[in-house]
Write a protein that binds this ligand. Structure first.
Ligand SMILES: C[S@@+](CC[C@H](N)C(=O)[O-])C[C@H]1O[C@@H](n2cnc3c(N)ncnc32)[C@H](O)[C@@H]1O
Length: 343
C-alpha cells in the first residue's frame, strides 16, 4: 500500500526533490507483487481470525519459515500487516483484500507483470504491442478474474441501467455485442418476459455467459454466439443493441464502424445503448489516476482508447441515431450510459 509519510518525508520525496519521489513508486510496485504473493499463498485468510506467530503460519501455509519471514517483513513495512507479541495480524488495508479487492489486485498485478513489458514500444509505434484477449484466452485463471470483475460491475449497475434505459414497448429482440458474461442481457430479459437476447462475443468469454444464463433459468431465451463483432453481425430488425464497455477496446475508426454496424441491426425506433467510462470524469486523484492507467492498458494491449461521450454521440448521429440521451450512473459516476433511437 502507499507508505504513510511523515510531513518531513513527504516534503523531501514529493516537493523539494531532496529525495527521489519515484522511489516511492518503486516500493509501491514491489508492495503490489508482495501482496499478490501473499494472496496466492493464502496468507491473509490464515490471519483473518487473529494474530498468528511465524512458525504456525509457515506450517499452515506449507511455506518455508525463512522465506515467509522475509515476505512478512516486506508486508509489515508497507502497511499490510502488524507484528505484535501474538504474531502477525492483518491491518484494515489487508482486510480489504479479503473483502473482494484481492481479485482486483491479482488481476491487475497479472496484467501488468504479463503484458506491460515494452510499454514504450506501443507509445513509439502508436499501435498495440500486446494482445489482451488472446493473452487472456490462454490463461483461464486470469480470464476468470476478469470475468468476475465484469460480473460484479454488471450486477451492481444492471438494475440502474434497466431503470434508466427501458426498452421500447413490446420489445422482443435484443443484441448484446461483446456481452460475454451475459449479465446485462439477463437483467433485460428478467425485466421483459417477452424478450429474447443474443450475446455475441469471443468463444472464451461465452463460457461465463453459458453458466450465468443456465443458473438464471434463461438458457432458452439468451442465445450465446461466438464471433468477432468486427465481422458481419447476426440479425436485423432488433429492438435494442447493447455496446457495453466494448468501444474502448478499439481505436476511433474501428469503434465508429462498430457503432454503424450495431445501429444497422436495429429496426426503426429501436435503441442503441452505449456504456463507457468517461475520460473526462472528474473524480478524486485516485479515480483520475486509475482512469489514466486503464486507458494506457487499452492503448498498449488492445489498440483502444476511452472515447468521449461527445465522440460517441457523433458516431451514433452519423449512423442514423440523431439526438442522444445521457445518463451518468449514480452507482458509478465514472460511467456514462448513452441511449439513442434509430430514426
Ligand atoms: C470489457 S468487456 C465488457 C463485457 C460486458 N459487455 C460488460 O460491459 O461487462 C469487453 C468484451 O468484449 C469482448 N470482445 C472484445 N473484442 C471482441 C471482438 N473483436 N469480437 C467479439 N467480442 C469482443 C470481450 O471478450 C469482452 O467480453
Amino acid at each position: 500500500m502507499p507508505l504513510h509519510l511523515t510531513p518531513e518525508d513527504a516534503r523531501r520525496y514529493l516537493e523539494s526533490g531532496e529525495a527521489p519521489g519515484p522511489h516511492l513508486d518503486l516500493i509501491g510496485a514491489m508492495a503490489a507483487q508482495a501482496a499478490a504473493a501473499g494472496l496466492r499463498l493464502g496468507l491473509f485468510e490464515a490471519l483473518a481470525d487473529g494474530p498468528v506467530p511465524l512458525p504456525g503460519l509457515a506450517a499452515a501455509l506449507g511455506a518455508d519459515p525463512a522465506g515467509l519471514r522475509v515476505l512478512l517483513g516486506a508486508l509489515t513495512a508497507t502497511g499490510y500487516l502488524t507484528e505484535g507479541p501474538g504474531g502477525y495480524a492483518p491491518t484494515a488495508v489487508a482486510r480489504s483484500l479479503l473483502g473482494g479487492y484481492g481479485n482486483t489486485l491479482l488481476f491487475w498485478q497479472e496484467v501488468t507483470a504479463g503484458l506491460w513489458g515494452g510499454l514504450e514500444e506501443s507509445v513509439r509505434s502508436g499501435g498495440r504491442t500486446a494482445d489482451f484477449y488472446a493473452w487472456l484466452g490462454e490463461r483461464p485463471d486470469v480470464l476468470a478474474r476478469f470475468q468476475r470483475l465484469l460480473r460484479e460491475q454488471a450486477e451492481w449497475l444492471g438494475e440502474e441501467i434497466v431503470d434508466a434505459a427501458p426498452l421500447p414497448d413490446g420489445a422482443r429482440r435484443l443484441l448484446d455485442l461483446g456481452g460475454g458474461h451475459a449479465r446485462y442481457s439477463i437483467a433485460y430479459c428478467r425485466d421483459r418476459p417477452g424478450l429474447r437476447a443474443c450475446v455475441v462475443d469471443l468463444p472464451a468469454a461465452l463460457e461465463a455467459g453459458r453458466a450465468a444464463t443456465a443458473s438464471a433459468g434463461l438458457t432458452g431465451r439468451v442465445e450465446l454466439l461466438a464471433g468477432d463483432v468486427r465481422g458481419e453481425l447476426p440479425y436485423r430488425g432488433q429492438d435494442a443493441v447493447l455496446l457495453f464497455n466494448l468501444l474502448h477496446g478499439f481505436g476511433e475508426e474501428e469503434a465508429a464502424a462498430l457503432v454503424r454496424a450495431a445501429v444497422g441491426t436495429l429496426r426503426t425506433g429501436g435503441i442503441a445503448l452505449v456504456l463507457e467510462r468517461d475520460p473526462g470524469h472528474r473524480g478524486d486523484a485516485v479515480a483520475r489516476a486509475f482512469t489514466s492507467f486503464f486507458e494506457l492498458n487499452l492503448h498498449h494491449t488492445q489498440g483502444g482508447r476511452l472515447h468521449s461521450p461527445a465522440t460517441v454521440d457523433g458516431w451514433l448521429a452519423a449512423a442514423g441515431c440523431p439526438g442522444t440521451r445521457r445518463h451518468v450512473l449514480t452507482r458509478s459516476p465514472a460511467h456514462v450510459l448513452t441511449v439513442a433511437t434509430r430514426a
